[in-house]
Design a protein around this ligand. Structure first.
Ligand code: PAF
Length: 277
């Protein structure tokens, strides 16, 4: 496994990789969810590239950029064990040098849900992913369904900007008690970690109603709201039952729907979703 930092080193190492090349962009502090993306890429592609970059432009001023967990040695040994060919760890100074003023922005899809709660977040994500795509030039790129809106926004960007890259979205990886894997789970103390299982319980309760024929989106949102409300350590920020493709809120579910939410457990903001189809 080759580890590079500069654009020049990346270009040189990338040119030597066999194709097709699969790319997994990450912010590091890897967990089984990231490794499942890498394994997916490893199965599909002859060359596998992973980037590790905690992207400052996708964090709001009051978010957790400074405290975001980092452990490069551990990340590198996990990636080596997963059979990655090339790891790129760019620096913030090289990605955003003085005078940087070009942004990539997707319009409508970034307005609701995470976009409404985290102004500027998706502009940072699309800008950095466009730069990463340009530098790595992969045939396929892998993202997790946990960040469902991010996946939709990046699919849109890839199509609109004619990147010749296939976006592959992989299922959410969960802990045995259902909590969706996230680098931010490490912020939870043991009591909060237990309370955080309420997200999965809320989604499961709504899906049970859906499976029994409930198609009223408001009723499903209510089930989520009530289940989260029953956990004193959890505070619901939003619950959404939206069209899977447009992310517009639904009255009735007719096609594929995305049931998603953001919940604070203490100071930690967690997101999760189920696809209803
Ligand atoms: O999902 C993430 O970890 C980040 O948003 C990404 C796609 C690596 C861009 O910084």
């Amino acid at each position: 496994m080759i580890v590079v930092t500069t654009f020049a080193e990346l270009r040189q190492a990338r040119a030597k990789l066999p194709g097709p090349v699969g790319f997994v962009p990450t912010m590091g502090y890897l967990h089984a969810g990231h490794i499942s993306l890498v394994e997916h890429a490893r199965r599909d592609c002859a060359g596998v590239v992973v980037s590790i970059f905690v992207n400052p432009t996708q964090f709001g001023p009051n978010e957790d950029l400074a405290s975001y967990p980092r452990d490069l040695p551990r990340d590198l040994s996990l990636l080596e064990a997963a059979g990655v060919d090339l790891v790129w760890t760019p620096t913030p100074e090289s990605m955003y040098p003085p005078g940087f003023q070009t942004w990539v922005e997707v319009a409508g899809l970034t307005t609701p849900l995470e976009g409404a709660q985290r102004p500027g977040h998706f502009r940072g994500v699309t800008t950095v992913v466009a730069k990463l795509f340009n530098a790595v030039g992969p045939e396929k790129a892998y993202f997790g369904q946990k960040d469902a809106q991010q996946a939709a926004v990046l699919r849109r960007m890839t199509c609109d900007l004619d990147f010749p890259i296939e976006i592959v979205v992989c299922p959410i990886m969960r802990e045995p008690d259902g909590l969706a894997m996230s680098s931010r789970n490490t912020y939870l103390d043991p009591q909060q970690r237990q309370a955080a299982t309420v997200l999965y319980r809320a989604l499961s309760a709504a899906r049970a109603a859906y499976d029994q024929g409930q198609r009223d989106a408001g009723a499903l949102r209510r089930i989520v709201r009530e289940t989260i409300g029953s956990e004193p350590l959890a505070k619901l920020q939003y619950v959404s039952c939206a069209d899977f493709d447009t992310l517009e809120e639904l009255d009735r579910i007719e096609g594929r729907a995305l049931l998603s939410m953001a919940v604070y457990v203490g100071k930690t903001r967690l997101i999760d979703n189920f696809v209803l189809e």
